[in-house]
Design a protein around this ligand. Structure first.
Ligand code: URA
Length: 191
């Protein structure tokens, strides 16, 4: 298992399959506990993530940590990754083609982790993992079953920083996640 992870990380960090590699400082592979039952999936690295090579370490990540804490989770209990592993210039939305190429890495991560719950952070991840018709303002906080996964989406923490009036709805979404964890008997197990 350790080998599978290091092989995957090596391949991913050398990837030059789409144009995003040209401007990246670091590939942001993903971080957290690979033995977890709960994965969080964002959209793509921002400026701080690109500099540090770690997922959700900028202002949006700080807010995410507060939501995790609200339901008794922290970075040691979850795994966090993105749809695209390299920063899109000026934080633009990743293009469909960039997402499709990069999904090979996320699919491999999901195969290794086999999470029970997947939480999409924001519309880009939700459209990719739940379905193209997903509308974040209407469909956040609802559960979708995809194969063996329970999938839910909430607002992206960067969107909450721009629209603080949505923070209450996001808290409710996290309470839904806590409820599902309890139903499934998951307590964010550690290594
Ligand atoms: N936004 C994301 O979607 N992912 C990160 O890692 C950071 C900000």
């Amino acid at each position: 298992m350790a080998n599978a992870w290091s092989d995957l990380r090596d391949k991913c960090t050398q990837c030059k399959e789409c144009q995003l590699f040209e401007k990246r400082t670091n590939v942001v592979f993903g971080d957290g506990n690979p033995m977890t039952d709960i994965m969080f999936i964002g959209e793509g690295p921002g400026e701080q993530e690109d500099i540090k090579g770690r997922a959700f370490v900028g202002p949006a990540g700080l807010l995410l940590d507060r939501y995790l804490d609200y339901i008794g989770l922290d970075r040691t209990k979850i795994y966090i990754a993105n749809i695209v592993k390299c920063r899109p210039p000026q934080n633009r939305d990743p293009l469909e083609q960039e997402q499709e190429i990069c999904m090979q890495w996320l699919r491999a991560q999901v195969r290794l982790i086999r999470p029970k719950i997947i939480v999409c952070l924001g519309r880009i991840a939700a459209k990719k993992l739940i379905g193209p018709d997903f509308r974040i303002t209407v469909d956040h906080g609802k559960w979708f079953e995809r194969g063996s996964f329970h999938i839910i989406a909430t607002y992206h923490p960067a969107a909450l920083l721009r629209a603080p009036d949505k923070k209450g709805e996001a808290l409710d979404d996290f309470l839904e996640i806590e409820k599902k964890m309890n139903e499934l008997g998951l307590f964010g197990k550690e290594d």
